[in-house]
Design a protein around this ligand. Structure first.
Ligand code: MN
Length: 291
């Protein structure tokens, strides 16, 4: 099997606030800077690197807003987030958990720091991804998957190297709990210092790694430090990650949908006229109601 090489290593872009609760570095699309297509189907990645929020009685977050045409996935590494949407779904995710919301035909939602976490204050660290939907599924019904850490498949690596958690897709035949519309692999590698893990995905799958904790070396050559992103070339399949300190690494690899992308604000469709329709439907209250 041919080795898949790192094309570029990116350090965290200047952060910005989303609402008052998420201090994020936008890696996709603006950090990478090659448009929505480069990491298709992962069309957006906001990374809240570890950040201390002081105690407050007013939970910080982002208020009611719409989405149509894709999924939002939140992976909590530190802290706790509460979610409510206009389809009647709500949930709280804490450390190690994932919230997978399919906006599809349209939804309103809000996301806040969970109340107890807000009152106590603390370190907050999170990844939010937007995963595109193919045209045939963009207008399907909204859906919500709250995935606890306990539900994730965990593969113990040989030689006490660590563990690979499977959120979506698979690792060495073990499948993750998330339902996906197109092939998506989402893994957390939790490696002990000196531990190694090998991954293999089809050459055409867009693939990236985010170093959430520690430092790693990829293919025994490229060093990637805490909070940095490694973008892989679409040549070869297999790569190896070695933890040069205890490390947590988010690994994303997905089959590109390869359809036209028309995006505006919280709507991601295939054509400009579908965006105009989404704005009109939202203004007419067709996304439901959420207080
Ligand atoms: Mn949102």
């Amino acid at each position: 099997m041919k080795t898949r090489q790192i094309e570029r290593v990116l350090t965290p872009p200047t952060p910005h606030m989303v609402g008052d609760g998420f201090r994020v570095h936008q890696y996709i699309p603006s950090g990478i800077g090659e448009g929505f297509e480069r990491m298709d189907p992962f069309i957006m990645m906001d990374y809240n690197s570890k950040f201390y929020f002081p105690p407050t009685d007013q939970p910080r977050g982002v208020g009611v807003h719409p989405h149509r045409g894709f999924e939002t996935v939140t992976i909590a590494y530190k802290g706790s987030v509460a979610h409510h949407d206009s389809a009647g779904n709500s949930g709280v995710i804490g450390e190690g958990d994932v919230q997978w919301m399919t906006a599809a035909s349209g939804i309103l939602h809000k996301e806040y720091h969970e109340e107890k976490f807000s009152k106590a204050g603390g370190y907050f660290q999170m990844v939010q991804l937007w995963i595109n939907l193919p045209a045939k599924d963009k207008m399907s019904s909204p859906k919500y998957q709250g995935i606890t850490n306990a539900e994730m498949k965990k593969m113990e690596l040989p030689d006490n190297a660590g563990t690979v958690e499977v959120i979506a897709g698979e690792y060495q035949g073990e499948k993750g709990p998330a339902f996906t519309f197109t092939p998506v692999n989402m893994l957390n590698a939790k490696l002990n210092k000196g531990g190694k893990a090998t991954f293999s995905f089809p050459e055409n799958y867009n693939t990236t790694v985010l170093v959430v904790e520690g430092n790693i070396k990829v293919n025994n050559s490229e060093e990637i430090k805490t909070d940095s992103l490694g973008l892989f070339a679409n040549e070869g399949e297999e790569f190896t990650i070695e933890a040069t300190d205890d490390a947590v690494v988010l690994i994303l690899s997905g089959e590109p949908i390869n359809e036209p992308i028309a995006a505006q604000g919280p709507f991601v469709m295939n054509t400009r006229s579908e965006i105009i329709q989404a704005i009109s439907d939202f203004n007419m209250g067709k996304f439901g109601y959420l207080e």
